[in-house]
Design a protein around this ligand. Sequence first.
Ligand code: SF4
Length: 342
Amino acid sequence: MNKPFSPRLVYFEPKALDYPLGQQLLKKFENSGVEIRYTTSHNQIRNLPGENDFQKYRVAKSTLVVGIRKTLKFDTSKPSAEYAIPFATGCMGHCHYCYLQTTMGSKPYIRTYVNVEEILEAADQYMAERAPEITRFEASCTSDIVGIDHLTHTLKHAIEHFGESEYGKLRFVTKFHHVDHLLDAKHNGKTRFRFSINADYVIKNFEPGTSPLAKRIEAAGKVARAGYPLGFIVAPIYLHEGWEEGYYHMFERLDAELPDEAKKDLTFEFIQHRFTKPAKRVIEKNYPMTKLELDEERRRYKWGKYGIGKYIYQKDEEEDIKNHLYSYMEKFFPHAKLEYFT
Ligand code: SF4
């Protein structure tokens, strides 16, 4: 996906129009000529166009709902941060293994929340409770926030808010390259901008509707030049034919294409591919032609929260992945910090 996201259908909660951002978005979408509808609640979108679930799912993924975030209690977000900060829910990307497929269930449309000041005030309270400890907030637990921020500039506002905070830090990860409007945000080094990257085979086969790797790397260079601390999440690390070379090549490209500024303060996070039984059912329904390997017999079962365990790679495969990726990281980025492997 090279063009920034533009919704095919937009819903407004009437109360969203009490907020300046709600008004701005209404004007923007009226001018663009997109169909606008109203809904009493962002949780109650029904009658989406489409003749069957398959079509409705695709329409939902290009539908934007402008609403108000009522719950201002934040979820925790280990291991990358203390809390998840909720600016939006949903994503227009079509990654086959996306974690949102199970968490969003029957509501795959994209929701953006216009009561940004209230959300930031709640964040301030969380920070105050933990001060003088630093509190990290993860903004991409429920969406790819960068992918829709050219429409709302909510993330930009949050970056500047955390830039002024004493004890707060912001982080997020993206598969999109539409970062230009964020380059002049006054971040004061308090926001870590991360890109999700993968081997070519994985991006080509399982990440439709997201930016190509070259664009992500180019955007990472811009972000680093703008002084943001930078990071990469390699996820999901997926075993496929030639995966050793695939991931080697990915690191080689990163090294060749990133400017030197980008290499000074780099972090990596490594997440191996996993799935749950409910996720497998949803993936097979939404992407029936997927080549994604989801064979429980070939995996190791790891007990999880709420009795829903996940299927991860066998111990020897996991060791193999670690050995390869750690050695590539050390070869190309000896000063980078590995935050975790999971
Ligand atoms: Fe999900 Fe991220 Fe892909 Fe969006 S870009 S579909 S949030 S994995």
